[in-house]
Design a protein around this ligand. Structure first.
Ligand code: FSX
Ligand code: SF4
Ligand code: F3S
Length: 543
């Protein structure tokens, strides 16, 4: 469990008080470096003087850094730190006792030093690289012919904390790409001890150092996500932090790597940027002493900190569209007999997700009440004409009009000017279809089959907003621009349909959970007059 800032502060104050009494010699520590570490950790500014004092007084803890299956990029990244400077880091903040590459010239002396440190059982362990656990001989290291798996086990046994530095160590890495001939895997798969994952191929020096510093300062766990990644670094979608995001919103996409507009800041989505699917803080912390990061340098993000990025995101330089799929993650529909409930089944123990006419979540107390507010402008022409108000929105519509002229003209000539406010999720499919196909949707299954045909597992999300009060309100209206952005960005209609279904499910899940908890219900039922829809959303009944 992660501690509150107040608790962390009192731990630090207590540790400083003990050190102040021990009359230790003070080290010269850069306050800028400490400020930068505190900032990236997301801690308030008043931690800086405390952390600075602590680093002045503390005895740097020993760090062992192992190399398993990898390219040494993580160490290269670390070497380029400037705040703190690398030498200050390895002498004043930590004590780097063993690092296979940096110490290679020391040969057997480095190896015997490693043994000494291991015996003291008082060290942090950073591991760079994946491990070959099934056929360990694929990674045989050093004059004694030890294999990586044995070295890892030997070191992990007595480490105080274990860090998987980089994507290889966290998830297997590039060498684990299909068909993974060496059967490389992330170290947490073979260790019983807890492992903190710092993925990235490589991770930034900032994320590596800030993680180490957090554990040195507090000797506590950071707040981690379900993949044991620190939330402070991996909690936000990279795309939302990107300096090119406004251009994405305006549909200003670089068309190729020769496109001069890349220099003007155009978005790189159409040339393969996977930023919308990556969770990392690269735009904030950057690389090479904060000089740049991939997207600033003109190449899209390849989602290098995500599990299986090497196999799961298609080509690096194309958006994830079926045309470029070499994996097939298509959704398999639940083909078991599913129970199509009706209003008659509603009772005091259950709630009913109703898909026909008005999409509703009904619950029964004294009366039958609808928990869901879901309404939007369902006339594509009215939406288009009302939407183009801000500079970004005007540019988006202009881009759409220019690049998808026949689709744009189809909408302008085939819809009237009357607003149609709908509460029906199915109307969303009728709304979106002409934007991505340039014709009217004839029947619901045509849209659902597009989503089912998509061959990647990572959704291109719609940024709906769900707020929970007396009712749950799923606000889709601000997200109705997404089909225009995505189609301009080179996503195919299958990807867009899949993204829509995925996002709807995510938000319905939040609403259903809230209704179930607020009204103390046990079970979720579902009704639809369309069987495919029923099966697609069936898993919501098991929340
Ligand atoms: Fe390389 Fe590190 Fe990638 Fe892996 O970085 S940059 S292959 S994450 O283990 O050296
Ligand atoms: Fe930035 Fe890539 Fe998102 Fe475009 S798609 S805004 S380049 S992260
Ligand atoms: Fe990796 Fe993307 Fe950052 S490729 S380094 S997660 S910008």
């Amino acid at each position: 469990m992660s501690l509150s800032n107040e608790e962390l502060k009192s731990i630090l104050e207590h540790k400083i008080a003990l050190l102040e009494n021990s009359h230790k010699e003070e080290k010269n520590i850069s306050i800028e470096a400490v400020n930068s570490i505190i900032k990236v950790l997301g801690l308030p500014n008043d931690f800086s003087p405390l952390a600075h004092r602590y680093f002045q007084l503390h005895t740097p803890p020993s760090l062992i850094w192992l190399h398993l299956s990898e390219c040494t990029g993580c160490s290269e990244s670390l070497l380029r730190t400037s705040l703190p400077d690398f030498l200050d880091l390895i002498f004043d903040f930590i004590s780097l006792e063993y690092h296979e590459t940096f110490m290679s010239a020391s040969g057997h002396q480095a190896e015997s030093h490693l043994e000494e440190i291991l015996e003291k059982k008082d060290f942090l362990l950073a591991v760079e690289g994946g491990v070959c656990a099934i056929d360990p001989f694929f990674l045989t290291i050093g004059a004694h012919g030890e294999n990586g798996y044995e070295i890892l086990q030997k070191c992990a046994k007595n480490a105080k904390t274990i860090f998987a530095m980089g994507t290889c160590s966290s998830y297997g890495g590039i060498q684990a790409a299909h068909p993974n001939p060496t059967k490389s895997i992330g170290i947490s798969k073979v260790l019983e001890e807890k492992v903190i994952n710092i993925p990235g191929c490589p991770p930034s020096d900032v994320n590596i150092i800030a993680t180490l510093c957090f554990y040195i300062l507090f000797e506590q766990d950071m707040a981690l996500d379900e993949q044991n990644r620190p939330l402070a670094f991996y909690g936000k979608c990279l795309h939302d932090l990107c300096e090119r995001k406004a251009e994405f919103e305006a549909g200003n996409f670089a068309q190729s790597f020769n496109d001069e507009n890349i220099k003007q800041g155009y978005c790189l989505f159409k040339v393969g940027c996977k930023g919308p699917y990556a969770y990392n803080n690269c735009p904030k912390v950057k690389f090479n002493s904060k000089t740049s990061w991939p997207v600033a340098a003109g190449h899209g993000c390849i989602a290098c900190s995500e599990e299986n990025f090497w196999d799961d995101f298609g080509f690096y330089e194309k958006p994830m569209s079926n045309e470029f799929a070499y994996n097939d993650f298509s959704i398999t529909l639940n083909n078991k007999v599913v129970y199509n409930a009706s209003s008659n089944d509603l009772n005091s123990q259950n709630i009913l997700l109703e898909f026909s006419n008005n999409t509703s979540i009904f619950y029964q107390n004294e009366t039958k009440t609808n928990f869901l507010d879901f309404s939007f402008e369902a006339n594509p022409k009215v939406f288009l004409n009302n939407f183009a108000k801000t500079k970004i929105a005007i540019t988006l519509v202009q881009n759409y009009q220019e690049q998808f002229k026949t689709y744009y003209d189809f909408i302008q000539t085939n819809y009237n000017d009357e607003s149609k406010i709908s509460n029906n999720i199915q109307d969303l499919f009728y709304f979106i279809y002409p934007f991505i196909c340039g014709e009217k949707l004839k029947y619901i299954d045509e849209f659902l089959n597009l989503a089912l045909a998509y061959k990647f597992k990572h959704p291109s999300k719609f940024d709906f907003k769900t707020t929970i009060n007396e009712q749950a309100k799923i606000d889709v209206s601000k997200s109705l621009r997404m089909p225009l952005i995505y189609i301009l960005g080179g996503l195919d209609k299958e990807a867009i349909a899949f993204g829509l279904i995925f996002s709807l499910k995510e938000h319905l899940k939040q609403a259903l959970k809230a209704c179930k908890n607020k009204h103390n219900k046990e079970q979720i039922l579902i009704h639809s007059n369309n069987e495919t829809l029923l099966k697609l959303f069936w898993d919501l009944t098991s929340i």
